[in-house]
Design a binder for this molecule. Sequence first.
Ligand SMILES: [Mg+2]
Length: 226
Amino acid sequence: MTIETAAYGVIWDFDGTLVDTMPTHFSAWQKFMAEQRQDFTEAHFWATSGKSAEEILQAYFTDASPAELARLGDLKNSYYREEAEGRGIIFAPGAVDLLKALQQAGIQQAIGSGTPRKNLELAYRQHPWLSAYFQAVVVAGDTPNSKPDPEVFLLAARKMELAPRRCLVIEDGLLGIEAARRAGMPSIAVINENQSEAEFLKCGATRVVKSLQELDVTGIIKLIEA
Ligand SMILES: [Mg+2]
């Protein structure tokens, strides 16, 4: 690790960015909401991407206590993990190559996610080498508020002992891009066919790509230094 690049950090969103878990999450939400006799649309799913399950559920169960919301959120996430155990957690195209390239360049890496720790631990169990790539991890419950609150990313930066402007966020959610902007960090949005490039740029994304395969270390350093 050189002194120069160790002074940079890349903060990864987890679901939909590093790992291709969004279809599994959507399927878990559909199962859960059908049981609860609630309507849950795909548009709503994408619009709330980045929020914790508890926060998403607040809008549906307005009278529920925090403990009840936590119980319901745990139930939804247990459906996710049940399905992810069977399906296997797969990485987004280009994710593993980029993890390796950033590590080889001596750039610090962190996870900044609204996912519960148990979901991350499941990925670690399936891919035991994964945790070694991260100098810091921030997941649901580590900060009082989730994205678009910037604290998720600010805490990741503090854990890496880096100033926010030394960090870059990679995200697939609008709320995460807003959180990065509010944290004073450049961001790269990785969008899918359900998402609009214009909307992500308007939200403050520094760059928008369709795949992590479009990214390289030199380009990422340039965005941080810009
Ligand atoms: Mg995401």
